[in-house]
Write a protein that binds this ligand. Structure first.
Ligand SMILES: Cc1ncc(COP(=O)(O)O)c(C=O)c1O
Length: 345
């Protein structure tokens, strides 16, 4: 039998709908002929994919090997952080009410995350609604009236326009409402950072330089951690007091290093993207310098409550650990699909 997808014809895989009464364990999980010989097994495995996909995967062997190396390295970093924090079942219990005494799960998760991204501290919480919420908490931690926010990689992700106050109603508590000015350094023609413009962009009142690592929906390049490192150095050379904040959404585990390792003061992102490993049901994080993370925590909760408050049901706590543990694998697989789409679509 032959199925047709567009102009491509390929043989249909005829999986049994239900196991026959006499089925062995093997025949229940594979095509019956796959058990006959190694050659038949290989042929059956080939049929698991559309031939076009098999050919594409063949042609991307070198890229996939590089992704697998990064994936293995990142997985081992994550496993080491879990070991160091001695993650055990009592960490998965969660809490109710104020969220005190949650068996150390919250602290363990924060310290593991901080270690993985190379930060002094981190706050990883289901109470962050999304990446936008985590980024907003980080921006409000860094900026004060009279400061300027400078986006150095062109326009930020569009949900941040309302946080900044360049779109939407006045008086909802945007940065603009609190007297924080905003400016942008447009991207260079090649879609990367405009290094010449950045070399003289920082003013004394620039309280925060904002870098969006991943491209979001715009047709620009995602920035490498090497780019971010170069940008941090350029910014700090002009004004060491200017804080560097990175929107790390969709950037985590794509490389083997993270922006906090190369001098970013604060990074923020979402657990319903890369670091949730497809398992975390909600949440986000802010990581970086300890005092700044505490300020972001105070924005998430309230001054005086900070990082020690906030209950998390046990099943969610467990999922946050589990998702973070699996995240390098999930991100690696997604990067491979990205290569495929880039080269073959
Ligand atoms: C680069 C980038 N920044 C920020 C966000 C906003 O994250 P969220 O949708 O979780 O608020 C996104 C969302 O896709 C994104 O891609």
């Amino acid at each position: 039998m032959t199925l047709t997808a567009g102009s491509l014809a390929y043989p249909a895989t005829t999986w049994p709908r239900a196991a026959p009464a006499t089925a062995t364990r093997c025949s229940r999980f594979r095509r019956p002929d796959a058990c006959a010989s190694p050659v038949a097994a290989a042929a059956a495995a080939d049929l698991a994919f559309h031939p076009e996909v098999s050919r594409a995967a063949e042609s991307l062997q070198a890229e996939f090997r590089a992704v697998d190396r990064a994936l293995a390295y990142n997985s081992s970093r994550v496993a080491a952080a879990f070991r160091r924090a001695r993650v055990a079942p009592h960490h998965f219990g969660g809490s109710t009410g104020y969220g005190h005494d949650d068996g150390g799960g919250r602290e363990a998760l924060d310290s593991i995350f901080a270690e993985i991204v190379g930060a002094e501290a981190a706050i990883v919480r289901p109470q962050f609604f999304s990446g936008t919420h985590a980024i907003a908490c980080a921006l409000f931690a860094l900026l004060r009236p009279g400061h300027e926010l400078l986006a150095v990689a062109g326009p930020p992700y569009d949900t941040l326009e309302e946080v900044i106050g360049i779109r939407g109603s006045a008086n909802v508590g945007s940065l603009k409402d609190f007297g924080v000015a905003y400016r942008e350094v447009p991207l260079a023609e090649d879609g990367g950072l405009d290094w010449d413009a950045l070399a003289c962009a920082i003013k004394p009142e620039t309280g925060c330089a904002f870098i969006q690592r991943s491209c979001g929906y715009s047709w620009r390049k995602s920035l490498s951690v090497a780019d971010i490192s170069r940008a941090v150095n350029l910014i700090k050379k002009q004004n060491p007091g200017c804080m560097v904040m990175v929107d790390n959404c969709y950037g985590e585990f794509v490389e083997t290093s993270e922006p906090a390792m190369v001098g970013a003061d604060l990074i923020a992102g979402s657990l319903i993207k890369n670091p949730g490993g497809t398992i975390a049901p909600c949440g986000g994080y802010v990581a970086g310098k300890k005092d700044l993370v505490e300020a972001a925590a105070a924005r998430l909760s309230a001054p005086g409550l900070g990082v020690e408050f906030g209950s998390t049901p046990g099943h969610v706590m467990r999922a946050l650990f589990q998702g973070l543990f699996l995240a390098p694998q999930m991100v690696g697989e997604a990067v491979k699909v990205g290569y495929y789409l880039l080269v073959h679509c």
